[in-house]
Design a protein around this ligand. Structure first.
Ligand code: SAM
Length: 282
């Protein structure tokens, strides 16, 4: 038995026959010390409803509950894992809801309902095959500040590097700008492949994203996305060429934003992109 009186994760995986399915991006964590560290890094759990994607056998779910999460709402696509989660529900009566579904399709707000005076935080060891798509779903939330207070997420290290990348680096791109233009994105720590069953080929990392208020000059998200996609779509080209795909002459826009027409996408800071996007709004 472990600290929460439930069987060790390896036993759960064996007894429920949870052979990992690659198609569902299944790499399970088994060390409750590690998942405890992830849970504690997510902020004030006792004041939060946690939304978890892919609870699997439950290593992170258990750590969230053990560390005082007020309530956990989880969406899992694999029915076998939902069976395994019933043990956890019994150990924490009324604090865990597990929904069978596809996290890409669900309306999270509807699932969670009214959180009352609690914050909503998203904490998840994301399936690598839909991790980036889910992040984009959350970062492009219609209202800002969004419905969640923070995202604490496990990604493959390469994706984590792209999220927090700074200008001038190879990893800097569309995801970096999208994650940083109205939120703070930080990498918290790496998680080695050996922490998972089965071990993936690459190192993973935990990233935390905390939305902040939009400023009066924060650009329209769709316009920013179009500008950033055009710029990084042909990242080796100068902006005077790559931005032509937006259908208007880029030179006056670049000049108005005070950006050299010969610059390339990766040289622009997030603020530069925001300023440029504002000029594409008109
Ligand atoms: N949270 C567990 C852990 O840390 O050990 C499992 C993490 S595993 C990387 C990803 C989990 O997401 C798996 O349990 C998988 O079945 C589930 N999953 C995959 N695609 C999903 C989707 N579209 N919606 C909901 N869950 C999904």
């Amino acid at each position: 038995m472990t600290d929460d009186g439930l069987p060790p994760l390896r036993e759960v995986i064996n007894s429920f026959g949870l052979a990992a399915k690659k198609s569902l991006g299944q790499n399970f964590l088994t060390d409750l010390n590690l998942t405890g560290k992830i849970a504690r890094s997510a902020g004030d759990l006792s004041n939060s409803v946690i939304y978890e994607v892919g609870p699997g056998p439950g290593a992170l779910t258990r750590a969230l509950l053990m560390n005082g999460a007020y309530r956990v709402v989880a969406v899992e696509m694999d029915e076998r894992c939902i069976e395994a989660q019933k043990q956890i529900q019994a150990a924490y009566p009324g604090r865990l809801e597990v929904i069978h579904g596809d996290a890409m399709q669900v309306d999270e707000r509807e699932l969670i309902g009214d959180p009352g005076d609690k914050d909503i935080r998203i904490v998840a060891n994301l399936p690598y095959n839909v991790g980036t798509a889910l992040l984009i779903k959350w970062l492009t939330a219609e209202n800002w500040l969004p419905w969640y207070k923070s995202l604490t997420l496990m990604f493959q290290k390469e994706v984590g590097d792209r999220i927090v990348a700074q200008p001038g680096s190879k990893a800097y791109g569309r995801l970096s700008v999208l994650a940083q233009y109205r939120a703070e994105a930080r990498k918290l720590f790496d998680v080695p492949a050996r922490a998972f069953v089965p071990p993936p080929k690459v190192t993973s990392c935990i990233v935390q994203i905390t939305p902040h208020e939009e400023k009066p000059d924060t650009p329209n998200q769709k316009v920013l996305e179009r500008v950033v996609s055009a710029a990084f779509g042909q990242r080796r080209k100068m902006l005077r060429a790559s931005l032509k795909s937006l259908g208007v002459d880029p030179l006056p826009k670049l000049e108005a934003a005070g950006i050299k027409e010969t610059a390339r996408a990766e040289e622009l800071s997030v603020e530069d992109f925001c300023r440029l996007a504002r000029h594409y709004e008109s």
